[in-house]
Design a protein around this ligand. Sequence first.
Ligand code: GLN
Ligand code: ZN
Length: 763
Amino acid sequence: MKTTLLGLPRIGKHRELKKACEAFWSGKIDEAALTNTATELKKQNWLLQKDLGVDVIPSNDFSFYDQVLDACLTFGCIPKRYQSIEKSNYLELYFAMARGLQKDNIDVTAMEMTKWFDTNYHYIVPEFEKGQTFSFFSKKIIKEYQEALNLGIKTKPVLIGPVTFLLQGKEKEDGFHRLDLLDNLLPVYFEIIEALTRLDVEYIQFDEPCLALNLSEKEQLAITKTYHAIANKFPKLKVFLANYFDCYGDNLDLALQLPVDTLHLDLVRCPSQLTDILESKHYNPKTKLSLGIVDGRNIWKNDFEKSLKIIEKAHTKIASENLWIAPSCSLLHTPYDLNLETTLNPEIKQWLAFAHQKIEEIIALKNLLSDENDGYLHLYEENKLANIRRRNSKLIHNDAVKSRISNLKPSDSQRKHQFPIRQGKQKEALQLPYYPTTTIGSFPQTKTVRGWRLKFKKGLLSQQEYDVLIANEIEDSIRFQENIGLDVLVHGEFERNDMVEYFGEKLNGFAFSNYGWVQSYGSRCVKPPILFGDVSRPQPMTVKWSEYAQSLTDIPVKGMLTGPVTILQWSFVRNDQPRETTCNQIALAIRDEVVDLENSGLKIIQIDEPAIREGLPLREEAWANYLNWAVKAFRISASGVQDETQIHTHMCYSEFNDIIASIAAMDADVITIETSRSEMELLDAFVNFKYPNEIGPGVYDIHSPRVPSLEEIEHLLVKAKNVLPKDHIWVNPDCGLKTRDWPETKEALKNLVKAAKKLRAQE
Ligand code: GLN
Ligand code: ZN
């Protein structure tokens, strides 16, 4: 049996790549310095794998920004708007595509970015034109192979497969389907393979995670055609075909009949596919299987006992030389090294494995399976013990929480009355004008505000000193909102670092790493909380500041919470119970907070759920079940209040069409959404569905420092007014304002209020 990896994190243990890129962008270091950092990081990864004993090590898994962007440049898939940039200035072109460029007389926008399958990693979306041709432009894949070779390591280059590359991209004009470009693209793959085989490459890994999706016949055919064409041209090449994040599902028969050397299976997300394969009449025992048994998407220690059983099951039918042991997917989605963590509770720490530890696990599994495994049995015992300790830990289990979950009743996810009745009571209680104006919650998180938090964390500010600063900031923001005439105010979220971390820190069941960074996009990294145990709320989390804000004014202040699905989605979540159960636990904690806010006098409470859409499973068969429990969890969190209390929710970065019925089923009294950048196109889903409750389509693009004019906002509002009942419309920005500065925020919000008033006057 051999071991292999599909890819490693590349941002650097201490985010060296992030820092180097940002220094390069701001002109503080030159290209040579940036390249040196990259070379060093690649070298560290290769040598680490070599030292730990990985048999086949990947290359071309490094990237300055994103591996799909790398692929665009590899295939010469460069949109026309970048023509004005010298092609010889590779990094300038590369980063212009990633981030846009304004320099001299060049002014080009960035390419679009979207989430990579169901991860929180964002990739650059390839852009295609009708009849587009490709060429082998960037030779990065060759150079990296040679770089590793110089270190004495013969790697397995990794390249996104042509079908996934095309499918994850976008047509930029009408009249063709991007898969029609396959015939133009394949010759470039041939050229690349040719160049690599000249260097004596044995394996190439093609990533085709589109095989985890429901593919049309045309798409399936493209896969078959591609891998037959490659096999015909390069009969000696060993193709390592990687699908991950879910089952092959109804693509399995097709995958089993492909002329490839190895099929990779994600046995963490889809353990059942191993049996399906072993029993399939299409399985050819000469096709090697790569058993993705160590979780590449989460941070829990592997369960060796369970993994060995699975591997042995495969081994009953397949010779060991035809089996690989591997992680479920690239380790890009996990942090670097648990050994860096010095402040984590040691009891929790022993349950975890980051990328470095996962590699050790893969090697240990291989050694435990060898005939001379005596020297490794202690690893097995240690692993077993850690897993037993985790199962029985008092830190994890809270009987009161478990019994609350098992006693959940249908009425717990049901408001007291239906929306029309609630709406009447709320109009009575709140006395808001038509087109009420509000914001989404956060106000600018200025350097000063972040500085206070940092000082407070370091102990340089006392709790009392910090609280006074935050209180003053809140008071200023309330006065500002009153002055410009907003109808529903917010306290501004100045006390919050991040909308999930803030709640995680206040809830039981969460732990935090110091260096658990994972790349989100480009140089942006996130440090997801570790949700390890039953969730409960030791005390109110937001009441103090919301109550304080409301005490300053007679105008309603909106309480501000993060919803259960979003907290779940943006954390590393426990794997010892269904996600649904964990989500319900969070929902109950949020519900208690909602009720406490109501009791403290708040009449409006917003429960943000921007991550509902991204939690959708990859395979459509699984959507209904997910949406069912996700909607229920939201309803549990929102249903503890009286009819008069108005519940808002907020969603952004989403296409709503697929899930509009579920959004309606959440039954929030008001939803605010991001619509301004699409010129209200995203509102169509709500209009076509005849969304029954109130809605605030965003009229101000908060991603840009640009101040929208009164006319622009009015224009968007009129569009909304033409398709929605007038007593259902709210006026608000697309999302929170924490990334903006005050001057532009003030101007934009003044225009927003003016536009609403103008519309009111026309009634
Ligand atoms: N209330 C949050 C804010 O205003 C919402 C953020 C989000 O939707 N991502 O920042
Ligand atoms: Zn948002």
